[in-house]
Design a binder for this molecule. Structure first.
Ligand code: FE2
Length: 256
């Protein structure tokens, strides 16, 4: 069994502190979630950061992210994705220097994990470009005997919040056309929605993740915040293709 952990939407500002009036301090929130990870979890097969790592893509924000990872979960394998708030190139430079891959793929036991880029410069909604779809198809074709787990920043299905569903993935049919050719793909993880979500499409689990910073209220017509605590997702990948997963909330009381 392989355990992997997902955190998402850390939204670190150019400077430490709240990115908006009434928000908590993004750096402090991320530190609290990483403290909880270090306290509650053994070193995972992967800690996957599924995008919107910075609110504004400043090198200083990514430097603080890397510093916090180093401080709390040093030595853990980390991989990332860019979200709509990130700049892919700036994030890639920072991660590359730290030895952390962005997008890409890796084998973990009988599982194939693939990060798929959906960030489009200057827009909130996501899109997977043809070259990225080709890469996904190629990697899945090269590893036909592995169970597949995909991570992508944008939600691949509507989640029932009208405002959010307008800024989801704009070409999900292109993605599903690829996934439909590869029946061993078991799940697709995403961020962007700042809330727990669980859906299913033809045998593929669709799993959203809370933000480490601020939560969005489910089933909202318009932008609305939730009072839920920050959290992370735990996934146990079994050799027979089964996945056990849960959200772990990190409440204020857990502060150390
Ligand atoms: Fe976000």
């Amino acid at each position: 069994m392989q355990r992997i952990l997902q955190i998402s939407d850390t939204h670190l500002g150019r400077e430490p502190g709240p990115i908006r009036a009434g928000y908590p301090d993004s750096d402090r929130q991320l530190a609290r979630v990483l403290e909880a990870l270090a306290r509650n979890e053994d070193r995972p097969g992967l800690l996957w950061l599924t995008g919107d790592l910075a609110e504004d893509p400043a090198p200083a924000a990514y430097a603080r992210l890397l510093h916090l990872l180093d401080q709390h979960v040093k030595g853990w394998p980390v991989a990332g994705l860019a979200g709509n708030h990130d700049d892919w190139h700036t994030l890639h430079r920072a991660f590359d220097a730290a030895g952390y891959p962005l997008d890409g793929h890796r084998i973990l036991g009988g599982w194939l994990l693939i990060g798929v880029n959906s960030a489009v410069a200057g827009q909130a909604a996501g899109r997977i470009e043809p070259a990225e779809l080709d890469r996904l198809d190629q990697v899945l074709t090269t590893h036909p005997d592995h169970w597949g787990l995909i991570a992508i920043h944008h939600p691949v299905v509507p989640i029932g919040s009208a405002w959010m569903d307008r800024i989801g993935l704009s070409n999900p049919d292109d993605l599903f056309a690829v996934l439909d050719r590869h029946p061993r793909v078991r799940a697709c993880l995403f961020g962007h929605i700042h809330q727990d979500f669980r859906g299913k499409r033809q045998g593929i689990e669709l799993l959203g993740c809370p933000s480490t910073c601020i939560q969005f209220a489910p089933e909202s017509e318009r932008f609305a915040l939730d009072t839920e605590a920050a959290g992370y997702r735990v996934l146990d990948l079994h050799p027979d293709g089964r996945i056990d997963t849960r959200i772990q909330r990190v409440s204020e009381e857990a502060r150390t």
